[in-house]
Design a protein around this ligand. Structure first.
Ligand code: SF4
Ligand code: SF4
Length: 357
């Protein structure tokens, strides 16, 4: 570590104590995002139960936010929208949520992953458990795969993304897109997705258990290696305007930023963080004890972006945009309860399989 005047570090440390803590704020925002997701899940279960009971008892409405779990349907709707100029009303919020997440990914790196996504939050929590368990055996505390394995595995999520993009934007003709959107499969895709979890088979269960176990040993296993949504946002984030910059002159080489980084980025060794794995969480900036050594800046500008501004901007952009669409734009689907019941009663039939299979 560089020799630095003790009073300078103390001064920086004192002022950092007064600084806005993005870690704490982010944690609470992740709790909010997860709570909203749980609420949506519970409401959707109540809605399906209500329909299965033949609409007995008090009426339950379907939460449109459940379509955040239908990104493929959202991509297909996007293609259809581009082709026809009209937005289908089967699962409109699937496309809206996808577009808002993409916009956040471009503006705020993979901010969606670290500030909103409940899977990102669960992944982080499991990673924290893993750190304390694995840390008992390993001095370094965090286990990371060697580059020889890490790089090929990281490409898996891009291959998955490539497959979905190819399937939706190249292999499907406009007629096939239309056929998919209006297919019985798509209409009850939300119920099918719920049944996958509530009536999970042993293969599905073992897949989840395996992912859980791997995420304990290797922090962020799902996000780092397999999530195609994260791959898309990671690519966009490289084009975005916000960059984390280290001032080598002010830096005291303490390594706290790299240690705090959940994505294993060697922040203490580089001038500018340029990585598709950077989630814009700002844990590195939060951990830095020297004022001005590590800051968030807009490309080509010297002025720093205060952490507080970045944090509020991510949260307000994502939730504000969704609220705006909910109040004014395409949000609710057009499938009536009767139509849902009709499809749900036949859902196990062959005509409810994936179109084109
Ligand atoms: S480099 Fe900083 S902002 Fe990016 S993931 Fe690591 S800790 Fe978060
Ligand atoms: S930039 Fe990283 S290594 Fe440099 S002082 Fe800040 S935390 Fe320490």
């Amino acid at each position: 570590m560089k020799a630095v005047a003790a009073d300078k570090i103390e001064e920086s440390t004192n002022s950092s104590r007064k600084r806005f803590s993005t870690r704490k704020f982010r944690f609470w925002m992740q709790i909010v995002g997860s709570a909203i997701t749980v609420w949506i899940g519970v409401e959707f279960i109540r809605f399906v139960n209500y329909l299965e009971s033949g609409t007995a008892g008090a009426s339950v409405t379907r939460p449109p936010g459940v379509e955040s779990f239908l990104p493929i349907s959202g991509m297909i709707s996007l293609r259809d929208w581009v082709l026809t100029g009209t937005l289908n009303t089967i699962h409109p919020s699937a496309m809206v949520i996808l577009l808002v997440a993409v916009a956040v990914g471009f503006l705020f790196k993979k901010g969606f992953c670290s500030w909103v996504c409940p899977f990102g939050f669960i992944s982080e929590m499991i990673g924290n458990i893993g750190d304390s368990v694995v840390g008992r055996w390993f001095k370094d505390k965090r286990l990371k795969l060697p580059k020889l394995l890490d790089y090929p595995l990281r490409s898996l999520k891009y291959l998955l993304l490539l497959f979905f993009v190819w399937a939706v934007f190249w292999s499907m003709s406009p007629e096939m897109i239309r056929e998919f959107i209006t297919s019985p499969y798509n209409k009850v895709a939300d119920v099918k997705m719920l049944k996958f979890f509530t009536e999970i088979d042993s293969f599905g269960l073992w897949t989840i258990i395996t992912l859980f176990g791997l995420s304990i040993i290797l922090r962020g296993f799902w996000c780092r290696y397999l999530c195609p949504y994260g791959a898309l946002l990671g690519m966009l984030s490289l084009l975005g305007p916000g960059k984390i910059k280290r001032d080598a002159g002010a830096c005291i080489d303490c390594g706290k930023c790299a240690k705090a980084c959940p994505s294993f980025i060697k922040v203490d060794k580089i001038k500018t963080v340029v990585s598709d794995e950077c989630t814009g969480c700002l844990d590195c900036v939060d951990a830095c004890p020297v004022e001005g050594a590590l800051e968030l800046k807009v490309v080509g500008r010297k002025k720093r972006i205060p952490k507080r501004v970045w944090a509020y901007a991510i949260v307000f952009t994502f939730w504000g945009a969704l609220l705006l669409f909910k109040l004014t734009g395409p949000w609710e689907n057009s499938i009536s309860n009767q139509e849902y019941i009709y499809h749900m009663e036949r859902m196990d039939g062959p005509e409810y399989g994936h179109p084109g299979r």
